[in-house]
Design a protein around this ligand. Structure first.
Ligand SMILES: Cc1ncc(COP(=O)(O)O)c(C=O)c1O
Length: 403
């Protein structure tokens, strides 16, 4: 039987429990969902993209339908550099089919079973399951309001190294964190980089959300700070996804890092994917070259801003005073911290019966390190009216549930 022949790692691999949770609420009539993590289809630039896809196929069909370069389209790399205002060796850039692939390649390039990956706790489940599937020991470090807690990080790394463990990298989502909604402060970014350089521990900076900023000042990425302020081109690998800007269906992202690591990641891409989709890459290159990107991102921000503002107002108005929550300036999530003895998994079942859904926070921790007194709310899917109504019901439910 084929099931007897599955590899150990396949048998023990976790599925995305979030999909199962969301599926468990499917079909509930009148459900108000704060659970999903999808961008709004209303932000997809479908009209412009459809013209560009047609143009690319008509004008460059014979080349883009051929196998492309494993490291990615040189033209797209050029456009990405102009867009980001960066001047780095193109060999330090790898284009991938979404950031999920890039994260996987970096893990394959660096991690042997039993090595340690440090992540934030909570963190993005998609990455956590990929890390765990590599056989890594995954260690979560709590977040405070400025980002990953550096004191706890240092203590943990010392402890791990004293026990003979090899810490292979630190995984962080500095901007509009999924699920925590937090943005790492400038000082914390610098402190983390200084620590990582001193300890010779690479950082994986996962950046799908920084362009979705609806208010406040943008902060430089860890990649930029490391390269420009510390003149270090090795410590940070940044992965930028187009999923939340152009649409996840395009499966497009790019990684920037040290030439050596990018080459090794590219070698994994060759084996797993040969090359990213040539057509999408050339379309993205034309989207950038045509000057569509910045106005489009502005439109996305204008679209999402009222939803964030509505969520912030509704949380202030309806959530009980013992609930703490993050107040993001962008992204698509906010994170609620409940009292220690209030269990969000139980609250989820109660809320489901009242046609409200969210993701209980326990889903965002490495296996065995779960915390149960928090939950994630998405504000980019429901209507403004549903946010008002849903948060009013959730606030009431919390009070009934807790008192
Ligand atoms: C933090 C984070 N990283 C990575 C991804 C996956 O992005 P992609 O569609 O580029 O694979 C997501 C998607 O939700 C995310 O929130």
């Amino acid at each position: 039987m084929i099931s007897d022949k599955l590899s150990h790692i396949t048998k023990t691999m976790k599925s995305s429990m979030i999909r199962e949770l969301v599926a468990s609420t499917r079909g509930i009539e009148g459900l108000i969902s704060f659970a999903g993590g999808f961008p709004s289809p209303k932000t997809f630039p479908a009209e412009t993209l459809s013209k560009l896809y047609a143009q690319v196929l008509a004008e460059e069909g014979s080349t883009v339908l051929q196998y492309g370069a494993s490291e990615g389209d040189p033209l797209l790399k050029e456009e990405l550099q102009k867009w980001e205002g960066l001047q780095i060796d193109p060999a330090r850039i790898l284009i991938t089919a979404g950031s999920t692939n890039a994260i996987y390649y970096m893990t394959r390039a660096l991690v042997d079973p039993g090595d340690v990956i440090i992540c934030e706790a909570p963190s993005f489940l998609g990455s956590l399951v990929a890390f765990e599937a590599s056989g890594a020991d995954l260690i979560g470090i709590p977040l405070d309001m400025e980002g990953i807690d550096l004191v706890q990080l240092q203590q943990k790394v010392d402890e791990l190294q004293s026990a003979g463990k090899r810490v292979k990298f630190i995984y962080t989502i500095p901007d509009f964190h999924n699920p925590a909604g937090l943005t790492m402060s400038y000082q914390r970014r610098k402190d983390l980089i200084e620590y990582a350089i001193a300890m010779d521990i690479p950082i994986l900076e996962d950046n799908p959300y920084s362009r979705l900023r609806y208010s406040g000042e943008a902060l430089p990425t860890l990649f930029k700070i490391a390269n420009e302020e510390y003149l270090n081109d090795e410590v940070v690998t940044e992965i930028v996804s187009f999923s939340k800007i152009l649409g996840p269906g395009m499966r497009l992202a790019f990684a920037k890092g040290s030439k050596t690591l990018i080459e090794r990641m590219c070698s994994w891409q060759q084996k797993i994917n040969i090359a990213p989709d040539n057509i999408s890459q050339r379309v993205a290159a034309r989207f950038l070259a045509g000057g569509f990107m910045d106005p489009h991102i502005q439109m996305c921000c204008d679209f999402y801003r009222p939803y964030l503002n509505k969520m912030l107002d509704a949380m202030a108005k309806y959530l009980p005073s013992y609930i703490q929550y993050t107040k993001p300036e962008g992204g698509i999530f906010t994170w609620l911290k409940l009292p220690e003895d209030m269990n969000a998994d139980e609250l989820f079942e109660r809320a489901k019966a009242h046609k409200i859904s969210f993701i209980p926070g326990s889903k965002f921790y490495p296996t065995g390190q779960e915390r149960y007194n928090n939950l994630r709310l998405n504000f980019s899917f429901s209507t403004l009216e549903q946010i008002e109504e849903g948060m009013q019901s959730l606030g009431k439910l919390m009070d009934e549930f807790y008192t």
